[in-house]
Design a binder for this molecule. Structure first.
Ligand code: ADP
Ligand code: MG
Length: 153
């Protein structure tokens, strides 16, 4: 599977999709989250974390740029780069080291750190559609395709 898409009628549907998708994850994946403010990127991440058994708080990393969740199989890093502006900050903050074979990284507003971010294995695009949302996963690497196949079968 290279793509997978459908409609999400309400927030519960976004959380349910994310909860199912959590089971298809494997360490090393980089997932870019596309969509306007309010499209549901953070909601999706919240559902993903719930699916992975995270019972703690999930904060939007709007000001911190990243929130990290140490889970049993891997640490999940949730970036929100909406406010990211200074390329030097990328190295200074050590963000490069957040990516690797031991972590899963979800990135909101990846375009804000173009040229700094590792390439995505998967893109999830969310957009407002009627009362709900439309989503589309696109796999860009073998690891991304494997994940999407696990999710879709
Ligand atoms: P983003 O991180 O993309 O800016 P958020 O996840 O913070 O967006 O906010 C999305 C908003 O849309 C929340 O108020 C959430 O309840 C709502 N929402 C999420 N999924 C859906 C859906 N499928 N249909 C309708 N509303 C949704
Ligand atoms: Mg958000």
């Amino acid at each position: 599977y290279d793509t997978s898409q459908s409609h999400l009628p309400d927030e519960a549907a976004t959380l349910a999709l994310a909860g199912r998708f959590a089971r298809a994850l494997s360490p090393g994946l980089v997932i870019h989250l596309h969509g306007d403010l309010g499209a549901g990127k953070t909601t999706f991440t919240r559902g993903l974390l719930a699916g992975l058994g995270w019972h703690g708080k999930v904060k939007s990393p709007t000001y911190t740029l990243v929130e990290s969740y140490p889970l049993a199989p891997f640490t999940l890093h949730h970036f929100d780069l909406y406010r990211f502006a200074d390329p030097e900050e990328w190295e200074e903050a050590g963000f490069r080291e957040y990516f690797g074979q031991e972590t899963v990284c979800l990135v909101e507003w990846p375009d804000k750190a173009q040229g700094l971010l590792p390439p995505a294995d998967l893109i999830l695009a969310l957009e407002v559609a009627e009362q709900g949302r439309h989503y589309r996963f696109t796999a860009l690497t073998e690891a991304g395709k494997t994940c999407l196949t696990r999710h879709s079968t």
